[in-house]
Design a protein around this ligand. Structure first.
Ligand SMILES: *Cc1c(COP(=O)(O)O)cnc(C)c1O
Length: 833
């Protein structure tokens, strides 16, 4: 494991003239002033806080480049097997502190800034995060980049450099309003443009059969449009190692800034239009839970980044070892969900059409190159593309997919004689919903390994969506439970806790190997540690309360229990179940003001997809309930409700450290893994959760007695649904449930308007696809147990310490080691010096 501790690695007495590499305080101070002057053109006394942030960023970046070049050289000369991680999303979060931590100079950099009278916290607030993802999937990709470098796995992350990332959410009158995220407005200090690394990407047109000089039949694709993808590179540093990997994001451009031929014949505006069309492709991120929006552009985006990445991979292979026949030995491609699954068809096209390889050899190579991670079982989230659209944009790829499908189905026919229903189910083409291409089937057929993201999820994919594929080739199915990086979600976001852990354990090895957190276990009952533990928590709660007061106007008492649900708004995640709980407590207090109650602050955060009406109504409901409760002096000493606007990585870093209780209450079987659950628990929150996703494994790890489990299991859910689920009967049969829902319908939370929330309440009573009503009673009872435990601080502190102590397994370092060993067969590359 990690051999060097960056906390002690910084040399303290290198000469200050080493302003681009020196790690001493003197060198950092000089570098800071130099960067401010020579890059920003600013003197210290006129610099804005943003200028100061940029100077700090460039100071950090200079120090990363040396390791980056060194890594690239060693990877190249050692012919290291390399991972290509393909993901349409990377939700990186702020970079500065993360990079300083991984460089091992977080403390000294802060001290240097402060000696220059720079308010370091203020410059950190200036940083805008690249919101190139919409939620868990994009954040997972970012955690994996950190762990790949930390585990010394040679890797390139490929994706799209969206000009506008996930929208910024503001709350107006309780409703979500979207604002475009112009994150590149003031420049991005972390990236290096690589104008020389660019590839042509083609769309549309038709194909032609031709023969080459040797008389072999070949296909020529005559496209209708050609654009260019240009590389922008961001270095990704590992922690405690010298390895630095590469995140390469593609920006779309017109092949030439102006098409002069068109210009000369007078179609000047036509030429400009073509340029605009090309640039549109990497313009904006579509949230992955927005099914109907921008269909065609989304397919164009997927092909765009996949084509650039596969061409780049072939170029890199040529530059190093050479013969294309060995490319699968040099590279493994990991598909983060089906968004990049087109890479399978694209690699086939490049090998067969452009490199004149035989189909058989190309397929053998392709099949050995790809691995695919499935992230969801929700049917509406399984990607399909209409054949008509696909044929119009990618005519050659459609032919390739047909050929792959034919060969594949022939195998199935031989294996399962005469089972035509099975053939139809397994085909890459869905003929039942108006002819659509099933991207998940393409991904499975083209990959040598398929994995789910938690034990339950991996089991379910084998019995549901991929049942037939599992019967055909069970050895290809794997499971790797997700993880999160403790650097960002503990060290960067919760420095007080990190210091306390280091002091208690007597070392900081846990940062590079999270299993060392176990050293905390023997101290779980130590009253001194418990008191400090509580101080750390209350300090984080005070910070959050202050931020919330400033941004929402809701004052929160830091002594209250912070009960937090922060994640994308989605019916399956059941924010409305949480709301019903709040309404129940509210009614209880109103009916009997003398009832004793542990004061709770309910804090929500999360964005709704712009077109997801029900999710947006849930945000309005949360704010509406909050408005009534927060204003009611009879209850607001016990209950507070706040909605944190614009939940993103930066704001998440304020939430996770401050939580007492983490809400992970999805309907069992619906949350593939969850990673928010891990971040909360690592920061000492206790979890109330269903038997779903990684909750199951977290509960196993921390101990059932340190976890609040409630609700139906996935099996019970399936059984109930098969029997015929009738929410109406539950509503009629439980007086409290009925009165909670009726209170919403009464108009109390909508200024007397009984219609506003009707779509939500009607849906719950009459359909309730995510079985909120079925779990309501169990949830309330479990919350009683939470209250009881919270009323015993020493017991609670012990549980909290044990939660942290036993979270080692949920480090993304562990996940990456499992991928590397079981799926990729990639060895770490150690850089000495
Ligand atoms: C971790 C994270 C998520 C995922 O949260 P879940 O609770 O697993 O859905 C989503 N968004 C952001 C900004 C995150 O940091």
């Amino acid at each position: 494991m990690s051999t060097r501790s960056p906390a002690t690695a910084a040399p303290s007495n290198d000469p200050p003239e080493q302003t681009r590499t020196g790690m001493s305080k003197a060198a950092l101070k000089q570098a800071y002033i130099d960067n401010l002057f020579y890059i920003q053109g600013r003197f210290r006394d006129v610099a804005s806080t943003y200028d100061l942030y940029m100077a700090a960023a460039f100071t950090a970046r200079d120090r990363m480049l040396e390791r980056w070049v060194e890594s690239a050289q060693v990877y190249k000369t050692s012919h290291a097997r390399t991972l290509c991680y393909l993901s349409a999303e990377y939700l990186l979060g702020p970079q500065l502190t993360q990079n300083l931590v991984n460089l091992g100079i977080a403390k000294v950099a802060r001290a240097a800034a402060e000696e220059l009278s720079v308010d370091f916290n203020a410059i950190l607030e200036e940083e805008v995060e690249p919101g190139l993802g919409s939620g868990g999937l994009g954040r997972l990709a970012a955690c994996y980049l950190d762990s790949l470098a930390t585990q010394r796995i040679p890797a390139i992350g490929y994706g799209i450099r969206y000009e506008f990332g996930i929208f910024d959410q503001v709350i107006q009158d309780g409703w979500q309003v979207e604002r475009s995220d112009n994150w590149l407005r003031n420049g991005n200090p972390w990236e290096l443009p690589r104008p020389k690394i660019s590839f042509a990407v083609r769309y549309g047109g038709h194909t032609e059969q031709t023969r080459d000089q040797e008389g072999r039949s070949r296909v020529r694709w005559v496209p209708e449009m050609v654009i260019k993808g240009v590389a922008y590179d961001t270095p990704i540093l590992g922690y405690g190692v010298r390895n630095a990997n590469l995140l390469r994001l593609w920006k779309s451009e017109a092949p030439e800034s102006f098409d002069f031929q068109t210009f000369n014949v007078g179609d000047y505006y036509g030429a400009v239009h073509a340029k605009i069309e090309a640039e549109t492709i990497s313009k904006v991120l579509y949230p992955n839970d927005e099914p109907e929006a921008g269909k065609e552009l989304r397919l164009k985006q997927q092909y765009f980044f996949v084509s650039c990445s596969m061409q780049d991979m072939i170029r890199l292979h040529r530059n190093t070892v050479g013969p294309l026949e060995t490319i699968h030995q040099k590279f493994v491609v990991q598909l983060n969900d089906t968004h990049p699954a087109l890479a399978i068809a694209e690699l086939m096209r490049l090998l067969v059409d452009e490199q004149a390889m035989t189909w058989e050899q190309a397929w053998s190579i392709t099949r050995q190159t790809f691995c695919y991670t499935n992230h969801t079982l929700l049917p509406e989230a399984l990607e399909t593309w209409s054949l008509a659209l696909f044929e119009r944009l990618l005519p050659r790829h459609l032919e390739i997919i047909y050929a792959i499908n034919q060969e594949f189905l022939d195998q199935v026919r031989v294996r399962f004689l005469g089972d035509e229903a099975r053939i139809a189910r397994m085909s890459l083409i869905d003929e039942t919903h108006g002819r659509r291409i099933r991207m998940a089937h393409l991904a499975v057929v083209g990959s040598r390994a398929v994995n789910g993201v938690a034990a339950l999820h991996s089991k379910l994919i084998k019995t549901t969506i991929f049942k037939d594929f599992h019967e055909l080739a069970p050895e290809r199915f794997h499971t790797v439970t997700n993880g999160v990086t403790p650097r960002r979600f503990m060290v960067v976001s919760n420095p007080r806790l990190a210091r306390l852990i280091t002091a208690t354990c007597g070392h900081d090895r846990w940062i590079g190997d999270l299993e060392y957190l176990r050293d905390l276990e023997t101290h779980a009952d130590d009253p001194v540690l418990q008191a400090r533990w509580r101080q750390v928590k209350i300090a984080a709660k005070r910070d959050l309360a202050c931020w919330l007061d400033h941004h929402t106007g809701v004052p929160i008492d830091p002594e209250a229990m912070f009960d937090i649900q922060a994640k994308r708004l989605h019916e399956y995640k059941r924010q409305h179940l949480k709301v019903l709980h709040i309404i129940r407590l509210y009614q209880r207090l109103k009916q009997d003001p003398s009832v004793s109650m542990v004061p709770r602050a309910f804090i929500f955060g999360g964005k709704a997809a712009p077109g997801y009406v029900m999710a947006k109504l849930m945000i309005k409901l949360i704010n509406a309930v909050g408005e009534v409760i927060n204003r009611d002096p009879q209850v607001n000493g016990y209950l507070r409700v706040a909605f944190m606007p614009n939940f993103n990585v930066k704001n998440g870093q304020r939430l996770y450290p401050a939580a007492d209780l983490s809400e992970q209450i999805s309907l069992a079987g619906k949350e593939a893994s969850g990673t928010g659950n891990m971040k909360f628990s690592m920061n000492g929150a206790l979890t109330i959760g269903t038997d779903d996703g990684a909750n199951i494994e977290i509960r196993e790890a921390v101990g059932a007695e340190n976890f609040f489990l409630f609700g139906m299991t996935a099996e019970e859910v399936q059984r109930k649904q098969a029997e015929g689920y009738r929410p109406w009967a539950l509503y009629q049969g439980d007086a409290e449930l009925k009165s909670d829902i009726d209170l919403i319908s009464s108009g109390l939370f909508s200024h007397g308007d009984p219609h506003l929330f009707r779509p939500l309440t009607d849906h719950l009573i009459h359909a309730d696809p995510f079985m909120v009503l079925a779990d309501y009673r169990a949830y309330l009872e479990c919350q009683e147990r939470v209250t009881e435990a919270y009323a015993q601080p020493r017991r609670w502190d012990r549980m909290s310490i044990l939660n942290v102590a036993r979270m080692g397994r949920f480090s993304s370092d562990r996940a990456i080691r499992e991928y590397a060993e079981r799926i990729w067969q990639i060895e770490p590359v150690v850089l000495d010096s």
